[in-house]
Design a protein around this ligand. Structure first.
Ligand code: AMP
Length: 584
């Protein structure tokens, strides 16, 4: 058995550890969770806490807990925890050791080697500090790869065709965007930009401010003075934010938050997705500006991008996909869990180094090949049209999932709404396939604009649950559509499979992964790749060509060894020409 090399995403907010087993990527679970919050703490009894338990004590005992240590990597500094000073490497090592332990328990064998991901913008000293953290944790860091490279690998390992991929990574506390180029198994980061102080935590803060203001307006109390209440508000805000990724409204409810003038304060506050999106609009604008800066840096425009990959939990916020789709006229990929794709890519890289087999669909999860939605009055080709298609579940979404959207009645005292469910992509719902229909009757006698929430839930067996609910009364009607996926078997299914397979490409077991740091470095890596390729093709060459190839390989190797970058160009060009001629 080959020694397992693990892949680790050591993130600012969360970390994960993954391996390739039997050609498939597994992100390893610990107590039912794959995501380990990047928090380290010391409990009252001096026990070291890592992950969820440390995160739980953070708000109450910040002096005993450390978060976001990644921000300090590479700095000559120390952080204090329960009165003791620790270097950033030591704190990161505690997280790494915890992850190592999770993998060892799962594999029932020691783990000694790892591929660890780092942001593309990490400097040498930040990378060095990460390597040291690995060593402290008892891990040999066999390679460090850039996070966008890992993300690209999880989707597109070993792409033959040249593709330019935009990796949009919005996590808890950082935003990064990179343009990654893939060609002939070579993955390189062409340009990167970002803001290391922008992420989901800022979105939470907007909701927290909204809650604090609501309590202040209602009761006059400044709830921020109560640490305990704020801990609960923080958690409630984050939960509300997550809920709004799947549904148009959320009720934020917390009982007995605090006592004020002898009376208990209960929180019960509704937030709509529309209002929430307004709160975070400036942040999203800022990320799109960064996207354009990265494109400029790569000398590309939006139309040069072939794929968009979403990384980081905050990309589940639907407005992110919507804005990117508008800008690029390209739907971002959503097949691989945005929280897990960096760790998955690290594991794929680790398996490549170990020489393990990777199957063509290593990280492919169950996805829906179709879009499902309903129809509503809307604008189509510049005209008002009654059957404008409104997608609710988008194709390529990972299953199972449930999504809902809000619609509004169009007439005063409207008693009923007719709900039609379609499968397809066309803007005109009538060009799609209708798969269900029902009517909700007995709506309240209210003016137009009565909100009706339509929810779709698609499970792994292709069963689609549809419901429509009058928001203000809870009046609800639902239907179940069996075989929402398999009813389209046959030609359409084959076409869809082919398309999905094309999206993913074939993954091979070998591959050279480049992370570009400097131009020189880049040329050297290209030169090595060329030499490797030439060595593989030596056998098929004629004796004369072989002699030429060997000479050029020697010149290239000499130039790399010196290193003399200027001497590389000529033999590389000549060798490329021979390879081109041999391949054609
Ligand atoms: P990461 O740093 O990539 O692990 O991302 C963590 C961030 O993603 C946190 O701010 C989470 O609150 C956020 N997040 C996770 N799930 C969702 C979701 N369903 N909708 C919106 N944000 C989410």
């Amino acid at each position: 058995m080959t020694e397992t090399i693990v892949g680790i995403d050591l993130g600012t907010t969360n970390s994960e550890i993954a391996i390739v087993q039997n050609g498939k990527v597994t992100v390893i679970e610990n107590a039912g969770r794959k995501i380990v919050p990047s928090f380290v703490g010391i409990a009252d009894n001096n026990e070291i806490l890592v992950g969820e338990t440390a995160k739980n004590q953070y708000i109450l005992y910040p002096e005993r807990t450390i978060k976001s240590i990644k921000r300090l990597m590479g700095e000559e500094t120390k952080v204090e925890m329960a009165g003791q000073a620790y270097t950033p490497q030591e704190v990161s090592a505690i997280i790494l050791k915890h992850l190592k332990g999770i993998a060892e328990t799962y594999l029932n064998q020691p783990v000694k080697k790892a591929v660890i991901t780092v942001p593309a913008y990490f400097s040498d000293s930040q990378r060095q500090a990460t390597r040291e953290a690995g060593e402290i944790a008892g891990l040999e860091v066999v390679r460090m790869i850039n996070e966008p490279t890992a993300a690209a690998l999880s989707y597109e390992a070993a792409q033959k065709a040249h593709k330019r991929i935009l990796v949009y990574d919005l996590g808890g506390g950082t935003f990064d965007v990179s343009v990654v180029s893939i060609e002939d198994d070579v993955v390189e980061v062409v340009a990167s930009h970002g803001n290391n102080k922008l992420g989901g935590d800022d979105f939470d803060q907007k909701i927290i401010d909204f809650i604090v203001k609501h309590i202040k307006d209602k009761t006059g109390l400044d709830i921020q003075e109560s640490r305990k209440a704020m801990a609960r508000i923080n958690r409630a805000a984050e939960a509300a934010k997550r809920a709004l990724s799947d549904q148009p409204f959320v009720m934020i409810e917390e009982e007995y938050l605090e006592e004020h003038e002898g009376a208990p304060i209960h929180l019960s506050l509704e937030l709509s997705r529309t209002d929430y999106e307004e709160m975070i609009a400036n942040y999203i604008d800022e990320t799109l500006e960064a996207v354009h800066i990265a494109l400029n840096g790569a000398n590309l425009t939006a139309s040069d991008i072939d794929e968009i990959l979403l990384v980081g939990g905050s990309t589940r916020t639907p407005i992110v996909s919507q804005r990117l789709t508008e800008e690029f006229r390209l739907e971002p990929h959503i097949e691989v869990d945005p929280d897990l794709c960096v760790a998955s890519g690290a594991a794929i890289q680790a398996a490549m180094i170990a020489g393990d087999d990777i199957s063509a669909s290593a990280v492919l999860v169950d996805i829906t090949p179709y879009t499902y939605g309903t129809s509503a009055l809307g604008e189509l080709n510049g005209e008002i049209y009654p059957y404008k298609y409104v997608p609710i579940i988008h194709k390529n979404s990972a299953l199972p999932l449930s999504k809902s959207e809000v619609f509004f009645t169009m007439r005063d005292n409207q008693e009923a709404v007719e709900v039609k469910i379609f499968q397809g992509e066309d803007d005109d719902a009538l060009n799609n396939i209708q798969i269900g229909e029902f009517t909700v009757e007995g709506l309240s006698q209210v003016p137009e604009g009565n909100p009706i929430i339509i929810s779709l839930a698609l499970d792994l067996n292709g069963i689609l649950h549809v419901s429509a609910k009058e928001k203000n009364t809870g009046l609800e009607k639902s239907i179940v559509i069996d075989n929402a996926i398999s009813r389209f078997e046959g030609e359409k299914m084959e076409a869809a499979k082919k398309r999905i397979n094309q999206i993913f490409g074939e993954q091979t077991t070998e591959g050279i992964i480049i992370d570009q740091q400097t131009d020189d470095n880049h040329i050297i890596v290209q030169a090595r790749a060329l030499v490797e390729k030439a060595e593989r093709m030596l056998e098929e060459a004629s004796p004369e060509d072989r002699e030429d190839m060997v000479n050029m390989i020697e010149s290239i190797n000499d130039a790399i060894a010196k290193p003399a970058i200027a001497d590389l160009k000529e033999p590389m060009d000549q060798l490329s020409d021979i390879l081109f001629y041999l391949e054609s």
